[in-house]
Design a protein around this ligand. Structure first.
Ligand code: BEZ
Length: 258
């Protein structure tokens, strides 16, 4: 698909910016790792509301932001008039002219249907020697949150929901990158406990926000008790005096197209 057609919805763009602005704030070091140069052409894959796309543009690069959610792209266009944003599917896109770099923050784990197809599309969008610089959830990301969810579902006699994310180990993702024609220059794998500052309802709010598909089709009277149980189960690991923390684990890499 060329990047000019409507695509998928991921989550609510207003909540994304207000409650989860850390997605953008914590992405700033990744922009440093990208080190965009004036005049370079950069593609921001899974750009959300465009905050990091704008930071890259501020450094003088020419940037195109792409996201599967039309709500995100609408908001990005409204916030940054004059910048280029389009809706598209990362699994299947082509570009008219290859880029110097592809950047992606906190988005690749949502592109779970076929990670090799995503990497292959990125390769085709890059010039030889072009950089692929990204950060995503790595193996074990949100383990406490998802274990609490799955346990609560089982306790209520429900089939465990399928979770929509892909959290690879460093070895697995490096293998995929290499077999799709990249040389991995840097690969980091680290814990990043992240305050859920705007989540007064704790893990329950997180589920509503990020795993709402798991709630689809449940009897309305079941949702509240189920999410209360998620909170009870997650609280010992994730609730602090200062508030709730998400147990995020990051995979950060810089790779170069051969
Ligand atoms: C993450 O950024 O790691 C993430 C956020 C929401 C759901 C799953 C993962």
């Amino acid at each position: 698909m060329r990047y000019d057609t409507p695509g998928l919805e991921r989550w609510n763009s207003r909540a994304y910016d207000s409650s989860f602005g850390y997605v953008s704030t914590q992405g700033a070091p990744l922009v440093d790792l990208l080190d965009p140069q004036p005049g370079e052409r950069v593609l921001d894959l899974g750009c959300g509301t465009g905050v990091l796309t704008a930071q890259i543009a501020f450094r003088g690069a020419e940037v195109l932001g792409i996201d599967g959610s039309s709500a995100m792209i609408e908001k990005a266009l409204a916030q940054y008039p004059g910048m280029n944003f389009i809706v598209g599917d990362a699994h299947d896109f082509t570009v008219a002219r290859p880029y110097d770099a592809v950047f992606s923050n906190a988005a690749l784990h949502w592109m779970s249907r076929d990670p090799d197809a995503v990497i292959a599309s990125v390769r085709e969008a890059l010039l030889p020697g072009g950089r692929f610089v990204a950060e995503m959830g790595g193996a074990g990301n949100c383990a406490e949150l998802t274990t609490a969810m799955l346990t609560a579902w089982r306790e209520h006699g429900l089939r465990e929901p399928e979770l929509p994310w892909y959290f690879p180990s460093p070895a697995e993702y490096a293998r995929r990158l290499e077999s799709e024609g990249f040389v991995v220059r840097l690969l980091e794998y680290f814990d990043r406990p992240t305050p859920l500052e705007e989540c007064p309802g704790g893990a329950a709010d997180w589920v509503r926000m990020f795993a709402s598909s798991a709630l689809d089709g449940l009897a309305p009277g079941l949702v509240d008790p189920l999410l209360r149980r998620v909170n009870e189960l997650a609280a010992p690991a994730l609730r602090r005096e200062s508030g709730w923390m998400a147990d995020y684990v990051r995979l950060r890499f810089a790779a170069v197209r051969r």
